[in-house]
Design a protein around this ligand. Structure first.
Ligand code: DAH
Length: 340
């Protein structure tokens, strides 16, 4: 029996030397020490021995058992450690490896232009207000003093949703909303989308953007209008920019004007951008018509104001030398990424 024990011990050593994984180590444990294991069988058979033999063999068996257990535990730890190291090798992170460059987006040139325009006015104390793109015919035309036969009301110019509701053709209805909601002093701009039934070409798009402006208070004059817009032009196009106010007509202002800026490309000498004239038209403006002020319930003897509106695409095209408005809407990254 003692020989058997020695053999088991030797075999255990040999087997364990070969074991490479935790599973293999476990297998050896079951085979030797499990309920049906060889060592267990021997211990079971000890009943048949004489008391002296039993004592001696029992001691030996226990020693072998604890030796095997000790070896198994050591082996188990060793293969566990080896497995861990192998895993670390696979998962190793090289912190010195150069990072993958993330492709950062760029602001759309129209967003940028709108933000630049807004920033200039915010610096002059204007607040930003917004109005809906789906408007009432009343706010878009009637309240803005556009008579019932005004040509812009035509179905061929305006997207009607119902008889009384449309897609706003201009940001000017935000003037009406502001006058109805707010008491003077009013000093706001309103950037946003507008819609007109235009066939797309190099300078027309059925969807485009405007920035509207409205100032109403006691004692506002044409001098305030000219000073504000001249300062705006210099801040947006450069300090040497000159402005020219040409008489014009809009239903919601009286008097009305269009503003030209001296060409920022050629400085006024005449070039492709200004079509040889030295001047570029950038916005419409005027003193708010008393009929519009009355919509807001204002005393037109006490309050006066000025308003202006400009096309964002037009400003962006001029500033960045873009010669086709449709490029803004195609979202071709090769185009947009040029405005970093
Ligand atoms: N709403 C006009 C348009 O779409 C632009 C405009 C002109 C707005 C004069 C104004 C203004 O506020 O005073 O053509």
């Amino acid at each position: 029996m003692q020989e058997q024990l020695n053999r088991i011990l030797e075999e255990a050593k040999a087997q364990m030397a070969k074991a490479k994984t935790q599973a293999e180590t476990d297998e050896i444990r079951v085979k030797l020490l499990g309920k049906k294991g060889e060592l267990t069988q021997i211990l079971r058979g000890m009943g048949k021995l004489s008391p002296e033999e039993r004592k001696e063999t029992g001691q030996m068996a226990n020693k072998v058992r604890s030796q095997i257990e000790g070896m198994l535990n050591d082996k188990f730890e060793a293969v566990k450690q080896a497995a861990k190291e192998a895993q670390f090798k696979i998962e190793k992170v090289d912190v010195t490896e150069p990072g993958v460059a993330r492709n950062l987006g760029v602001k759309h040139p129209l967003t940028r232009t709108m933000e630049e325009i807004s920033q200039v006015f915010m610096n002059m104390g204007f607040s930003i207000v917004e109005g809906p793109e789906v408007e009432t015919v009343y706010n878009n035309f009637d309240a803005l003093n556009a008579g019932p036969n005004h040509p812009a009301r035509d179905m061929t110019d305006t997207f009607y949703i119902t008889e009384d509701v449309l897609l706003r053709t201009q940001t000017s209805p935000v003037q009406v909303r502001t006058l109805l909601k707010q008491d003077p002093p009013i000093k706001v701009i309103s950037p946003g989308r507008c819609f007109r039934c235009d066939t797309p070409d190099a300078t027309h798009s059925p969807m485009f953007h405007q920035v509207e402006g409205l100032v109403v208070d006691e004692g506002i004059t044409m001098a305030d209008l000219k000073g504000t817009l001249d300062s705006f032009a210099k801040q947006l196009f450069g300090p040497d920019t000159k402005t020219k106010f040409r008489p014009h007509h809009f239903p919601f202002t009286e008097p009305s004007a269009e503003v030209d800026v001296s060409c920022f490309k050629c400085g006024g000498k005449g070039c492709r951008v200004c079509k040889g004239s030295g001047w570029i038209e950038i916005l419409g403006c005027g003193m708010v018509h008393p009929n519009v002020l009355k919509v807001g319930g204002l005393d037109t003897e006490k309050y006066t104001g000025f308003a202006f509106g400009m096309g964002v695409e037009r400003v962006a095209m001029l500033k960045y030398g873009v010669d086709d408005i449709r490029l803004f809407y195609e979202n071709d990254m090769r185009f947009i990424e040029q405005f970093k």
